[in-house]
Design a protein around this ligand. Sequence first.
Ligand code: EMZ
Length: 385
Amino acid sequence: MSASIFSDAFKDTRASKGTCPFNDQDDPVTMLLRFKDVRKTAHNAKDFSSAAKPGRIVVPSEVNIRDTRQIPFEVDPPEHTEYRALVEDWFKRPLDTDYEFKLTRIVEAEIDRVLQKGAIEVISELSLPIQSKALTLLLNISLSEAETWISWGTHVFRSEDSDLDADKASILYDYIDAEIDKAIAAPDDSLYSVLLNSEYQGRKMTKEEVKGVLILTFAGGRDTVINYLTNTISYLAEHPEAIEKLNNNPSLVNTAIEEFVRYFSPLTHMGRVIKEEKEISGHIAKEDTRVSLCWASANRDEAVFEKANEIVLDRKMNPHVAFGFGAHKCLGATHARQLMKVFLRVLTEKVSTIEIIDAVENIEDWGAHKRKVGFDKLTIRLNAK
Ligand code: EMZ
């Protein structure tokens, strides 16, 4: 039993130093590892900016593969506040009964489909299809559109040989451009049309701004959601008793999804650019250099979480930062949480046991620290109830 163990890559450095350097494409970044520093810095948008050159706050930096600013993600207050207010209600739609109902139907159909098969590779045959099909609800477009996105594979910016693949990224950018043009020609009820009709500072949103929201919607919740779903399967495979517990206790599902997302922390970290020199845990952050808020390390900080390296399904106090913290906390979190909940419900209702046949881990390389974030491949067999 080891596939579902995701060890704490930052434990020693977090305790001894609290920060660590990482040389990212000659734009070095200092990773902040302690919960307290991560939260404090995330909260301080005045000194730690998100509005740098597009792509620069992402680690690894995407400046070489993207010119479009992701909105509201790469904007500081006060502009951020207005952009965020424009999209907030739309991204709360997952709480509607009708949305939850449709999401449940999607997940049921996907699980029924793989239950008919023998062995399956989880990422390509289950997690990616569920992530893509669920996204059609968030965009409010037809389910069949998901087939195009599934054909792109797990990563939109990455390929087999390269962490940052400009050709691959342009598939997404060209697709979004074309969809925006279609929505201009024939307005409908999709997110594209809603944004094109929205007003920012008393004028209509530009095509470039709409594109910025859409790139974020496609990229931000793709490999993160896929890793979450896949990693959860690995846990249930190795903890069969949890399947019945979760199936018999709907309120346990609510604490379990928060605990899984804390433990797996699908997004390792996010950067900020320093506006004015600052000292953090002994590190002097110089003007116009980068720090990163290491959500994955903060979420294992023993100063905050008891049994930080264990999955405690009914964990009571769980102030994790897996969805970020402060003004920039994840816009897609409502959708993600609804999907996580529906997925656990449907899976534990239909499946009795899960066997792992083969697992290839996906290890991220952060210089001195190597972190398991998910799998490159996870082959399993699902046994129906
Ligand atoms: C960016 C980021 C947003 C980035 C919340 O995170 O997610 C990353 O996966 C993307 O590569 O462009 O959207």
